[in-house]
Design a protein around this ligand. Sequence first.
Ligand SMILES: [Mn+2]
Length: 394
Amino acid sequence: MNKPKIKNLTEAADRIRLAVKNNEKIIIYGDSDCDGITSTVILEEAIKTLGGKVDMVLFPNREDDGYGVNARALEFLKNVPKGLFITLDLGISNQAAVKVLNGYGFSVIIVDHHQILDGIPAAEVVIDPQQEGDESDSKHLANVGITFKLAEELLLRPSEASGEGGGMSHNLRNSFLELTALATISDMVPQIEDNKMFIEEGLRSLKNTFRPGLRAFLDILGEGEVLSGGFYKLISALNAAESIDFKNESYDLLTCSSRGKSMELAQDLISKTNYKQLKIQEITKEVERRIAQKKDEIIIFEGDPAWKLLLAGPVASIVYMQYNKPTFIFKKGDAESSGSVRSPKGMDSVKAMKSCKDFLITYGGHPQASGFRVKNENLERFKEGLIKHFKNLK
Ligand SMILES: [Mn+2]
């Protein structure tokens, strides 16, 4: 028997089709990493194939403004024409922000795959395979995998606007699979079931890609090298873009139709990722120097005003694997600190932070990879709470 579809997948597709039919403004707000960016590209191209158009595509500056639908985004959205607002790879923890958006007059669709914390936002449609009542076998999809299925659902029936649809064309499907493969790998979700299929089919299609942005990477990095496992370089380049004024360079690259401009953008992203790698090594060394004196502590909890938040995740990834301890790496700001968490299997970092949520401004993510924001005056209490939580697990 077929497993049920992702909860609300059909509802979201119907609502998007209605928006296209009625010429509503459509805004996509995607996360600024490979998963969020590729999700955005796929959904926008699916909507175009339907004969519709996306009026605005926005990405948050995580470093300066915070993860998710942040205060700066709400300020900006106050003054734009209202319509359908779709979040990709974020939004499930933005209950307060969704209330504000509803108040502005937006219809909100959330498409996310992160864990549900305290209930779900009051959006018109919420897709998140982690939510209650979702009986699908899609619990371990990256957001891009969910978006791929949403695109399939959208293009299932011929569109009234364009007469197109009735299934995805072979070329469009392959093009979406290429992006889905890259972001599924990037998001480090288990490579099983649908994820395995996405990766195999997507990487197979990559060498014949029609997308100038991906072609440019193959040309610069070397096609043979990329296809024999070097796609990690490509993925880290796509993750190296920072979003400034809600724009993102990787998105620009993946949607660029000019070959010359694509080569320029790809080269720039590769330089950025090389520089980023150097910085990651520097910070990792500093963390290792500091924890050499703290061998008895059961977690790693280090921060610094000079560290970039964008690098906290990659540093935490290296350190936790080396020491097999829950690892919290943060940028210490003037009044608040923001950080990334990586945790060994069986040690749920989201649950751990939930046990200290009174000290936190926000937190969320996946059991093994998550993030947080905390007032500096609560840093010590937060750390003690975490230690207590993980000690009780033993
Ligand atoms: Mn994701």
